[in-house]
Design a protein around this ligand. Structure first.
Ligand SMILES: NC(=O)c1ccc[n+]([C@@H]2O[C@H](COP(=O)([O-])OP(=O)(O)OC[C@H]3O[C@@H](n4cnc5c(N)ncnc54)[C@H](O)[C@@H]3O)[C@@H](O)[C@H]2O)c1
Ligand SMILES: [Zn+2]
Ligand SMILES: [Zn+2]
Length: 377
C-alpha cells in the first residue's frame, strides 16, 4: 500500500435491486480540492433505499450509498482552502460549487454539481475507492457515507462546531433540513396555518417540527403506523390520522369546508396517487409540496386541470427543503443547541455497519424515526 492508501469498511451495492454487502476496500487520496474524512456517523434516509431498490438507478456499480454523514477531517488535498485536519464536518448530499447560476442566486440546493448524485464519481469523473479485484467503486452523491472513511470534495463539506455529537451532525445533512425546510421554506407556512403532513418518517417528522417553528395552528400528521402518530404528537403535531382521507375531512371541518393551507407529501415511496390524494386536502390558493421520491418514472395523471387553474393551487417540488446547505446546517444546529429543535429524539436506534440490512428492514417496518450507523475504525 502506498502512503496515501487506506483500508476501509463499507456497505456496497453490487446489483440493483440488491442487498448491502459489507466489504473491506481500499481508498486512495485525497487529490486536489478533496478531503479524507474519518466518518463517525451516517443517517439512514429512504432515498438510500430508493437506490438499493433501483427506484433511482445509480449510473455505476459497485457503489457506496449514504448521504447523511459527519466526521473528522484527517487529510486535505492541495487547494483545500478552509478546512484543516481535526475539523468536524457534515457531508451534505448537495455540494455547493459557489460559482454556478444557482449557487450565485442563493439556491445552493439546485447547484449544478447535483448531477453527480447518481453518477457516483468525483468531479473529475474517476473513483477513489477500489475493491479486492481492483475495480473502481462509485460513491453516490459524491459522498457514500456508509463507509468508515471517505474522500469527499470540499464543496460537499460544511464545518461544524466540535460540541455537536456526530449522530446529530449526521442527520442535519439531509433529513432535518429537508423536512424543516419543506414546511418553513417550500410550503411557506405562516402563523395560524393549517398544515397536513403525509408520511411521518425522518423527513415528515422534521416537517412537523418546521411547521411548529413557523407557528402553524393545526399540524395534521398522517401515517398508517400507530407508533409514528404517537411520536408526531411529541414533535408538535396537533392532530393525527391513519389516512389522508381522514386528515382531509378534518382539515375541511375546521376551515369551513376550505381545506389545509398546505400539504406536504413525505411518504417513503411516492406515487401519483399520493399526490392527487394530498391535493384534495389543500384549499384554493394553497400549496401542495412534493418532497417524497419514488420510482424515477412515476408521474401524476389524475389531477383535474380545471380545478388546478380555477382553484389557483400550487404543486411545488422540493430539493433539500428549498434551502442552501451552508445556511441550513449551522442555523439548524443553533436551534438544536437552544432547545428549539428536537434532534436527539429523532434517533430511534443506532447500528454497526454490519447491521445495515437489519437497519433498512427496521425502516421498512416503521420502527425508526431515524436510524443511524455508528462507524468503527
Ligand atoms: N426532496 C428531497 O430533497 C428529499 C430528501 C430526502 C428524502 N426524500 C424522500 O422523502 C421521502 C421520505 O423519506 P424518509 O427517510 O422520511 O422515509 P421513511 O421511510 O423514514 O418514512 C416514510 C413514512 O411514510 C409513511 N407512509 C407510507 N405510506 C403512507 C401513506 N399512504 N400515507 C401516510 N404515510 C405513509 C410510512 O409509514 C413512514 O412512516 C422518501 O421518498 C425520500 O426519498 C426527499
Ligand atoms: Zn436523504
Ligand atoms: Zn453551484
Amino acid at each position: 500500500m502506498s502512503e496515501n492508501t487506506k483500508k476501509i469498511r463499507a456497505a456496497v451495492l453490487r446489483e440493483l435491486p440488491g442487498p448491502w454487502t459489507v466489504e473491506d476496500l481500499e481508498i486512495s487520496g485525497p487529490k486536489r480540492g478533496e478531503v479524507l474524512v474519518e466518518l463517525k456517523a451516517a443517517g439512514l434516509c429512504h432515498s438510500d433505499d430508493h437506490h438499493r431498490q433501483n427506484d433511482l438507478p445509480l449510473a455505476n456499480l459497485p457503489a457506496i450509498v449514504g448521504h447523511e454523514g459527519a466526521g473528522v477531517v484527517i487529510a486535505v488535498g492541495e487547494g483545500v482552502y478552509d478546512l484543516e485536519v481535526g475539523d468536524h464536518v457534515v457531508a451534505s448530499f448537495i455540494p455547493a460549487c459557489g460559482k454556478c447560476k444557482w449557487c450565485s442566486l442563493g439556491m445552493q440546493n439546485l447547484c449544478d454539481f447535483g448531477r453527480f448524485i447518481l453518477e457516483g464519481t468525483q468531479i473529475d469523473g474517476t473513483f477513489r475507492i477500489t475493491d479486492k479485484d481492483g475495480k473502481g467503486v462509485a460513491t453516490a452523491a459524491m459522498l457514500g457515507t456508509f463507509s468508515n472513511y471517505q474522500i469527499m470534495d470540499q464543496t460537499s463539506l460544511i464545518k461544524v462546531d466540535k460540541d455537536i455529537p456526530f449522530p446529530i451532525a449526521a442527520i442535519v445533512a439531509c433529513g432535518v433540513p429537508t423536512g424543516v425546510g419543506s414546511a418553513r421554506n417550500v410550503a411557506n407556512v405562516q402563523p395560524g396555518d393549517v398544515v397536513v403532513i403525509m408520511g411521518i418518517g425522518g423527513i415528515g417528522m422534521n416537517a412537523v417540527q418546521g411547521a411548529t417553528l413557523a407557528g402553524a395552528r393545526h399540524i395534521i400528521a398522517v401515517d398508517p403506523i400507530e407508533y409514528k402518530r404517537k411520536r408526531a404528537l411529541e414533535f408538535g403535531a396537533t392532530d393525527v390520522f391513519a389516512t389522508i382521507q381522514e386528515a382531509e375531512a378534518f382539515a375541511k371541518s375546521i376551515t369551513n369546508g376550505q381545506g389545509a393551507d398546505s400539504a406536504i407529501v413525505t411518504v417513503g415511496v411516492i406515487t401519483g396517487e399520493h399526490v392527487s390524494q394530498a391535493y384534495q386536502a389543500v384549499r384554493k390558493g394553497g400549496t401542495l409540496v412534493v418532497t417524497a421520491l419514488g420510482k424515477v418514472d412515476a408521474s401524476i395523471s389524475d389531477i383535474n386541470l380545471f380545478d388546478l387553474a380555477m382553484m389557483q393551487k400550487r404543486i411545488q417540488g422540493n430539493v433539500y427543503g428549498g434551502w442552501s446547505p451552508r445556511v441550513a446546517v449551522p442555523m439548524l444546529l443553533d436551534l438544536y443547541r437552544d432547545g428549539k429543535l428536537k434532534l436527539d429524539e429523532l434517533i430511534t436506534r443506532t447500528y454497526k455497519i454490519d447491521e445495515i440490512n437489519e437497519a433498512f428492514d427496521d425502516m421498512h417496518s416503521g420502527k425508526n424515526i431515524r436510524g443511524v450507523i455508528i462507524h468503527e475504525h
